[in-house]
Unconditional design. Structure first.
Length: 158
């Protein structure tokens, strides 16, 4: 008996254009993604301010310091003393000066004596950290030799 091929009308779609579109979308989102959050610590709850705005230009060199509280899974403060979240450690302010001096030496080794003039210390302080303690952190940074500072806040709607 002779078999005949029956055309069912179904053809397999060509997936090549779909794969091309997916790769183009991946590339697009990788390029436009904001990687600033990689230096941000999620435990720091930034203050909200109506006047907060993103910086007009990115600093040449940046040292980001996250200053906040240890919190539990619900977001409640577990330790009333704020700490600096630095290299996966929670360091109190009174023990942080040697780490800042090490950062200073690294910047000096990289760019020489004018390196510290290029470095902006970006402070991401929790909204519940008292202002006096943030000023204390700035003072410690100045004692080490840093002189340019920026404070982070989230923008609040009117």
């Amino acid at each position: 008996m002779k078999r005949t091929k029956v055309d069912t009308g179904f053809t397999e779609p060509d997936m090549t254009p779909m794969i091309d579109i997916v790769f183009q979308l991946l590339t697009f989102f990788m390029i436009v993604s904001n990687f600033e959050s990689t230096k941000a610590d999620e435990r720091v709850k930034l203050p909200k301010d109506v006047l907060a705005k993103p910086p007009e230009s990115r600093p040449e060199e940046e040292l980001v310091l996250n200053y906040g509280f240890e919190r539990n899974a619900k977001g409640e403060i577990t330790n009333p003393t704020p700490v600096l979240f630095y290299n996966a450690e929670d360091i109190p302010l009174d023990r942080f000066k040697p780490m800042l001096e090490q950062e200073r030496r690294l910047f000096l080794a990289k760019d020489g004596n004018k390196a510290l003039d290029k470095v902006t210390v970006t402070l991401r302080a929790d909204s519940e950290v008292p202002t006096g303690l943030v000023q204390g952190l700035i003072k410690v940074c100045q004692e080490v030799g840093f002189s340019r500072f920026a404070l982070k806040a989230t923008q609040e709607d009117y």
